[in-house]
Design a protein around this ligand. Structure first.
Ligand code: HEM
Length: 189
């Protein structure tokens, strides 16, 4: 599942192509896939509603929003950006994270670029971009950041990490990534 790989992402008119149309396999896939995230939303939502009706709901975001009546339907139709609901607004995050104006040799792996030192101002914090923006910013930011910090701290504490050496020659792993929403290095597959 990679955003933007289906032609219909760019040409929404294609959604009117009938399911049986030759080459419309993507449409059948989309129908099947859309049920998965919808269940992820609908099941906990229904559960919270039932608990509220039974008077046994523990306060949560869902119960809070269900109780709150002051948002009109019209308000819900547009975001503060003025974009209509269902607009597709890709943000070139990768470009921001490799901006030559903000990062010296942006494609080099040099984590020390983020550390302040006597002659060096830390380069721009990638957290401003890597987790999205505004009201759709990743709610897992703090959890992800702390989990990764503690994981790396523990790994670095107990392991020495270096390149594998074969016949006296250090092997530099190829930087190849798998495709998809979550990308990871081929080496780790
Ligand atoms: C390094 C780890 C992570 C990165 C880089 C990351 C990045 C992102 C990005 C870029 C978005 C899209 C924001 C947008 O639509 O503009 C997002 C959304 C989201 N993330 Fe994360 N995320 C990470 C970890 C997590 C974790 C650990 C959780 C949950 C425990 C989480 C939950 C979510 C949710 C629920 C959304 C959807 C928010 C919404 O559309 O309103 N993420 N994340």
């Amino acid at each position: 599942m990679t955003p933007g790989i289906f032609l219909a992402d760019t040409f929404p008119l294609l959604k009117y192509v009938p399911d049986w149309f030759p080459g419309a396999g993507w449409k059948r896939k989309a129908k099947e896939w859309r049920t998965i995230p919808r269940q992820g939303v609908a099941l906990p939502h229904e559960y919270a509603k039932q608990q509220m009706q039974a008077g046994t709901a523990i306060p949560s975001f869902t119960s809070m929003y269900l109780e709150q009546e002051n948002m009109t339907t019209e308000d819900k139709k547009t975001f503060s950006s003025g974009l209509p609901t269902h607009s597709w607004a890709p943000v070139p995050t990768r470009k921001f994270l490799h901006d030559k104006k903000a990062y010296k040799d942006p494609f080099e792996f040099r984590p020390e670029r983020f550390l302040p030192s006597e002659n060096h101002e830390p380069e721009r914090d990638p957290r401003y971009f890597a987790f999205g923006f505004g009201r759709r910013i990743c709610p897992g930011l703090l959890l992800a950041d702390s989990s990764l910090f503690i994981t790396f701290a523990m790994v670095l504490l107990v392991f020495n990490i270096s390149k594998a050496v074969e016949n006296g020659v250090p092997i530099t792993p190829k930087q190849e990534f798998v495709d998809g929403i979550v990308q990871y290095a081929q080496l780790l597959v």
